[in-house]
Design a protein around this ligand. Structure first.
Ligand SMILES: Cc1cc2nc3c(=O)[nH]c(=O)nc-3n(C[C@H](O)[C@H](O)[C@H](O)COP(=O)(O)O)c2cc1C
Length: 213
């Protein structure tokens, strides 16, 4: 009888020890999962801080875009250089009828036929003075920059700034569009502009932009 009782006690002890072991294991699994989470968090944090742009606050990418092509290029430049991005928003948005270049009386045709047209911009860039380098992007309309770009360059002082024009188009080159903007701006050191196609690769855009970094 004593032997039977001692056998039962030994078995009970083994069962409780193994239960204890498995609890420890799941505790340690929980700990390492939490550690993993923390490490992931830290890695993400350190990735965030190492990719923090060197020149944040000094480079501005300003763009006007109605159908999104120039916007995409502007975003690629800003991402690549860690620059601030700012959109030129028309006070009166362009409708698709406004953009109809087959219509002699559409808003865009009338504006482009009138060199003195200055469509109004909604809002202003308050901290414009702090930027040393300004990328200026626009679509080509009838071989030129849309008139709202004339409004933009005449509204700001580019003295002491490096200005880099870029544009998107269906097929036209940048042509004289950037020279016209430079003339209207009347200040700043304007670099040779660059035309991109709407679906230009991110690599090509960032590689071009980095030469100005
Ligand atoms: C009114 C108007 C005129 C245009 N004129 C030209 C042009 O002369 N040459 C050209 O290659 N593309 C021309 N395009 C096409 C745009 O330049 C092209 O689609 C551009 O990428 C649009 O940019 P966004 O999407 O940023 O607005 C014209 C588009 C519009 C709406």
């Amino acid at each position: 009888m004593k032997k039977i009782i001692s056998l039962i006690l030994t078995l009970a002890l083994c069962v409780s020890l193994s239960a204890c072991g498995s609890t420890k294991k799941s505790e340690s699994a929980a700990v390492s999962a939490a550690d993993g989470e923390n490490i992931k968090q830290e890695t993400q944090n350190s990735e965030e801080s190492t990719t923090e742009p060197q020149n944040a606050g000094k480079v501005l990418v300003v763009y006007f875009s109605v159908t999104g092509n120039t916007k995409k290029i502007a975003e690629n430049i800003a991402d690549g250089l860690g620059a601030k991005l700012s959109e030129i928003v028309p006070k009166e948005p362009y409708t698709s009828a406004d953009l109809d270049y087959n219509d002699d009386n559409s808003r865009s045709t009338l504006e482009m036929n009138d060199t003195s047209a200055r469509p109004e911009i909604s809002g202003t860039i308050d901290d414009f003075e702090q930027y040393d380098t300004v990328f200026i992007g626009y679509p080509i309309w009838w071989g030129q920059a849309p008139r709202i770009m004339d409004t933009f360059v005449e509204s700001y002082d580019f003295t002491g700034k490096t200005v880099i024009p870029f544009c998107t188009s269906a097929s036209s080159r940048i042509g004289s569009s950037a020279d016209t903007l430079e003339e209207l701006a009347g200040s700043g050191t304007w670099k040779k502009g660059q035309r991109f196609k709407g679906n230009e690769s991110v690599d090509k855009v960032t590689e071009w932009a980095e030469q100005f970094n």
